[in-house]
Write a protein that binds this ligand. Sequence first.
Ligand code: NAP
Length: 289
Amino acid sequence: MTNNDTSVTVLGLGLMGRALAGAFLRAGHRTTVWNRTPGKADELVTRGAHLAPTSEVAVRASALTIVCLTDYPAMYELLGEVELAGTTLLNLTSGDSAQARAAARWAEERGARYLDGAIMAIPQAIGTETAVILHSGARADFEAHEPVLAALGTVSYLGADHGLAALYDVAGLAMMWSVLNAWLQGTAMLRTAGVDAATYAPFARTVAAGVADWLPGYAEQIDRGEFPAEVSALETDARAMDHLIEESEALGVNAELPRLIKTMADRAIAAGHGGEQYPVLIEEFAKPR
Ligand code: NAP
């Protein structure tokens, strides 16, 4: 059910909080703001934001209160003594899934509705469709405020478990750094042959996009728990990994990352999975080392 009250409060006017409040103002929503250091509200106030004298007044001013602070302890410090009964909090502060679930219990014990979110964007992208913002918590709470939240970018709902947004956030980081590290490995190797990073980048992009296309099919194997070698067997991939390690060492570039990948593949092969397809490595990723 959509909430007809589209007023919104933003607590925390750092780089991100100011971008969030600015997007709500641009979309025409009545926007109340509060920040520990009040001067950061000045520009928003000239654009029509209402500066609340206290965080308590700010929470009371709107149907939805967005929290965007440095970390979760800052939220407890700020709202510990504030009456929250009947309000809806959306916490867009970065944290882990356990922090998100604990914050949901904390808010619900105080009579508040609670959504947790993760911002997959830089402040400059907020208000454009490239800004992806993930939400988890009760679907009804998300849907009640979705029309207002749409001012921030591409908003999506992941599920009732409050930890999901934080989990997707870190999973996205794993993807991001893995792609970047692989690219840097290749760039370091090609530079030894006089190929600069800009020349290699388009080829690397094509490979990364091609591999990304494999994910849905590989995901089906993981979800079924069956890994028939339809494209290539892990032991074939492992021989190519040796090639990558040897080439890196011969060129005098860092071979730590290729060796790590090979170590994981070797363990899976030793466990009898050499004839199966690459996603069988999920079993290596699914347990601690
Ligand atoms: P920031 O510029 O450092 O702002 C931090 C904000 O938290 C400020 O408003 C600060 O108030 C407030 N704060 C910290 N401790 C507080 C306390 N104890 N009580 C009251 N207010 C407190 O950080 P940011 O870039 O806006 O990031 C905010 C959140 O968004 C973080 O969780 C960050 O991970 C997340 N995020 C940021 C980006 C990005 O690109 N910036 C991207 C995705 C997610 P003062 O102004 O008084 O210091």
